[in-house]
Unconditional design. Sequence first.
Length: 65
Amino acid sequence: MSKIMFDYTKSILERVSFDPILFCKELEKAIRTLLPFEIEQLREWLLNFTIEKPELKQCLLIVNS
């Protein structure tokens, strides 16, 4: 079940990546629902995802805190 939630979270974040504020809000929601090891996977995914979208780099602070 957790793999499904992680994949769902990534798909939501990809869909809202046009708006940094919305992206950060969805990221905060994801952190509240994902398991600790999934948050680590999400952090790694975000590092790769934000390479091409520098406007989203500020949201990495949410995951790193």
